[in-house]
Design a protein around this ligand. Sequence first.
Ligand code: 8DG
Ligand code: MN
Ligand code: MN
Length: 350
Amino acid sequence: IESRHRLRGGWQMAPYACQRRTPLLHSNQPLTEALETLAEEAGFSGSEGRSLAFTRAASVLKALPGRLSTLEELGPLPGIGEHSRRVIQDVLEDGVCAEVERVKLSERYQTMKLFTKIFGVGVRTASRWYQEGLRTLVDLQERGTKLTRQQQAGLRHYDDLNTPVERGEAESISRAVQGAVQRCLPGTSVTLAGGFRRGKPHGHDVDLLLTHPEAGREAGLLSRVVSWLDSQDLILYQHSQENSYALQEGPEPPGGRDVMDRFERCFSIFRLEVQGGPGAARGWKAVRVDLVVAPISQFPFALLGWTGSRHFERELRRFASHERKMVLNSHALYDSRRVWQLWAYVGTWG
Ligand code: 8DG
Ligand code: MN
Ligand code: MN
């Protein structure tokens, strides 16, 4: 499916990101950085459509086989709109794009970035705080802003949680969890997913997927694992969510919820012993860890869904729905037409 041949008048490229090879390191970093800044800024303003357009354009550039030197080389590539072309042209000609530089210097962008980097703070909360005149982390404390338990933990460990997690640290956490599951339920497997599974050398958190080869044995596992880790002083914060897949009332409409799934999971902050790096003086560092439990029958979909990137997953689901009339999520892949017929039938009989 992959087509990266250079043609006269431009590059040829498959339309969905999931059909393209997107290497970790690519040759158009300044361009993708500019576009991703605008994508982030659009997200901060609640313009999801505009944000997606910039993300798509960046994704196309990441798949180019070489460095782009003129806009003409791009040709009529899919997924790069007017606005993105203008940004690309500016960066190619001047090294920077004035619009992007303006965004990066704007008080709103900088404040939104500062606040959304707090664990537990999304765009809506950050935006509200900005509107209320809050600008710094100190402001949050001094003005007695009401924080959830999660946000309090996020603020307490702000610096650690915004220091990249190294692969070695992710592996060490993975081993600790491995040890815990062996005590609680031998035979359980622990798989490192997320950015590390894509080969990234560092990430913002550690995503671990738990499953057991015998269906049903995984029930109740997470709380025991978390309790044990907690008893070993490995956990600084955690909140768990139950599996809600069984409670689901019907199939999810195609293109519905984006990445959220219904697995039992635990959003946590681990206390990782370290020798070097920022936490060296204390001897430990706070690290964000997502623990997700998937029943073995759904494990392949869970692994695919939790490997990311977010854009890859979005495109994979769009491909399934638009090109195959199927629904893909982190639980299953099925023919949407058949399921809708089935549900219409069930509906008839109340
Ligand atoms: P990073 O941590 O290295 O920065 O990048 P990442 O590993 O790609 O991002 P992530 O935010 O940790 O998310 C990993 C993948 O997990 C991502 O493709 C989306 C997927 N995912 C689900 N369900 C859910 C969910 O409910 N919440 C979140 N945050 N991610 C989910 O499949
Ligand atoms: Mn991750
Ligand atoms: Mn994660």
